[in-house]
Design a protein around this ligand. Structure first.
Ligand code: G1P
Length: 285
């Protein structure tokens, strides 16, 4: 489903090292790890596109050239396979390249997700924007998660985060919200804490890597001190925005795979592989 072009810009923080996937990520960006045959970041860009966000801004770091090359035309390759049955394999990525524009900026030091987003200000300017963390791979057959956030943004015009109920033992891996449900699946955020211990967590509603942020977040980030693990946390800035203005959380429909972990990545791979076999009328042995 496409949307009126309320928000065009979507930011992809992609400067991290992906140490959990070493040695695979020694010389290759973790965003390029394929789930079946599509790199993680392309799934994210396609989700942004489905929400009408076609100005893609990528925060890169050292060793991320393959990301920029992926979203560019490979003339040699096109020439090689043009007119052969393999041409079809490039159809999806060609559509992405044709419909989106890509800008890049580099995060020089790894000072946290909040810092990465602040680095993106130069690509964003004074407009609301989406943020997708590509290692949270989300699917929904009707409507992508970013489209669901966008619908809430259009109604309330404030920052919106995606949330999911997680196992209590898992809350220390996420930003966790405290809030009240104001309509089905939409929570008004009263508080937020980054990676709390299970006993300190205000709920089990964890933030998943999808955000719509209003540009006021940049000023707030600039006055936010380093938080958990000494990093500038977007969660801390959003907590301030929730207090000073309003932040909403959307319990999204669909399914998320934590592709930042090996287990989640394998789960996603099996899921997409089975889906593909089923679509081709085959079942897995
Ligand atoms: C980041 C955010 C966290 C959020 C998570 C979602 O953490 O800081 O609030 O819940 O992404 O994946 P990270 O996974 O980068 O440690």
């Amino acid at each position: 489903m496409s949307h009126p072009s309320t928000i065009k810009k979507c930011i992809f923080p992609a400067a991290g090292y992906g140490t959990r996937f070493l040695p695979a990520t020694k010389a290759m960006p973790k965003e390029m790890l394929p789930v079946v045959d599509k790199p993680l970041i392309q799934y994210g860009v396609e989700e942004a596109m489905a929400a009408g966000m076609t100005d893609i801004g990528i925060i890169t770091g050292r060793g991320k050239r393959a990301v920029a090359d992926h979203f560019d035309i490979s003339y040699e390759l096109e020439h090689q396979i043009s007119g052969t049955p393999k041409e079809d394999l490039l159809k999806d990525i060609r559509r992405v390249i044709d419909e989106c524009t890509f800008s890049y900026t580099r995060q020089i030091e790894m000072l946290g997700l909040g810092h990465a987003i602040l680095t993106a200000q130069t690509l964003v300017g004074e407009q609301p924007f989406g943020v997708i963390l590509a290692d949270d791979l989300c699917i929904d057959d009707n409507d992508g998660v970013m489209s669901q956030l966008l619908r809430i943004y259009v109604k309330y015009r404030c920052s919106v985060v995606a949330i999911e109920e997680v196992d209590p033992n898992e809350v220390d891996k996420y930003g966790v919200i405290d809030g009240k449900e104001i309509e089905a699946g939409v929570f008004k955020v009263d508080g937020m804490v980054e990676k709390p211990a299970v006993d300190d967590a205000p709920s089990h509603l964890a933030i998943i890597g999808r955000y719509i942020l209003t540009p006021e977040i940049f000023d707030i980030l600039r006055r936010t001190p380093p938080g958990k693990n000494g990093e500038l946390q977007i969660t801390d800035a959003l907590q301030v925005q929730a207090r000073e203005n309003m932040v909403l959380a959307c319990r999204f429909d669909g399914r998320r795979f934590d592709c930042g972990s090996v287990d989640g990545f394998v789960e996603a791979t099996n899921f997409f592989y089975d889906r593909r076999r089923a679509a081709a009328g085959e079942v897995r042995p």
